[in-house]
Design a protein around this ligand. Structure first.
Ligand code: ATP
Length: 268
């Protein structure tokens, strides 16, 4: 399925960021093989914000992990910026943000953010510290650079992991329920932060969530998956203008679209 290139979002590029062709994935489970994904076809244009929703076990995380090259698919091909995931990763890196911030507790916020740069060896130590401070400013954590994760709130820790994921300027940001552990208020704050960051720096975002309102608020288009075997049921463009009004969440069109998505997810 090709996402509508005119879907809401940043103007411009219709060039492909991620091309998924006929991808299937089977795991060896205790009671035999588990068909986690079957026949996935999806083209994600550059700099779009795409969410993946669907019932538990429909293969959302598996698809994200395959895109990132963390696990190889059983069949089919994945192109990332025109190359295989493996070739792509030789030069570029994916930004990855998980539900748990997974920061190193003994490192400060700044040192957590600069860690990928230290590992890859980009720039001088002073340049890496300066880049980390820039990203902490971008994620509104200036003043907290010397704090340790235990001294930060859940939302702040997740901001540090977003800053860290952005540290090597990825073209593609993969997010697996990044705000799932946050309370509703912090979660909404993070939505606005994420959109602000996404509008500041062009990046293709693939965002896995269980929350339809979150998907509708953030995305240009929503990929609805179905389980057993995991497959794409529909790709739904999001029509309302992003962030025109935070009260958009209560707009009758948004409520109607949420209901339609719920129906799509739950019908067999
Ligand atoms: N490493 C693994 N070994 C065996 N089976 C696996 C493995 N990883 C995932 N699966 C199975 O593949 C299917 C898809 O799992 P996946 O975690 O991708 O679903 P999901 O949609 O992300 O679920 P959730 O919404 O609950 O996080 C499930 O049936 C799961 O049990």
């Amino acid at each position: 399925m090709l996402l509508d290139p005119d879907a809401r979002g940043q103007a411009g590029s219709t060039a492909e960021a991620i091309g998924i062709e006929n991808v299937s994935m089977s795991f060896q489970g205790r009671q035999g093989p588990v068909e986690a994904l079957r026949g996935i076809n999806l083209t994600i244009p550059q700099n779009r914000f795409i969410s993946i929703v669907g019932r538990s076990g429909c293969g959302k995380s598996t698809l994200l992990r395959i895109i990132s090259g963390l696990i190889p698919q059983s069949a089919g091909t994945i192109r990332v910026m025109g190359r295989s995931t493996q070739d792509y990763q030789k030069e570029k890196k994916f930004g990855f943000v998980f539900q748990e911030a997974s920061l190193f507790p003994w490192k400060t916020a700044r040192d957590n953010v600069r860690l990928p740069l230290d590992v890859i060896g980009i720039g001088t130590p002073a340049e890496r510290a300066a880049r980390a401070d820039d990203l902490l400013r971008l994620t509104r954590l200036e003043g907290f650079a010397d704090h340790y994760p235990a001294q930060l709130s859940g939302g702040m820790r997740q901001r540090v992991s977003i800053a860290r994921a952005l540290s090597y300027e990825p073209e593609i940001l993969l997010m697996d329920e990044p705000f799932g552990a946050l309370d509703e208020f912090t979660r909404r704050e993070m939505h606005d932060e994420l959109i602000r960051i996404w509008q500041t720096r062009p990046v293709t975002v693939v965002f896995v969530t269980h929350s339809l309102s979150e998907a509708l608020y953030l995305s240009d288009a929503i990929v609805v998956m179905a389980p057993r075997p995991g497959r794409i049921k529909a790709v739904v463009p999001v029509a309302h203008p992003r962030l025109a009004d935070p009260d958009m969440r209560h707009h009758p069109d948004v409520i109607a679209q949420t209901r339609d998505l719920e129906r799509l997810i739950h019908e067999q």
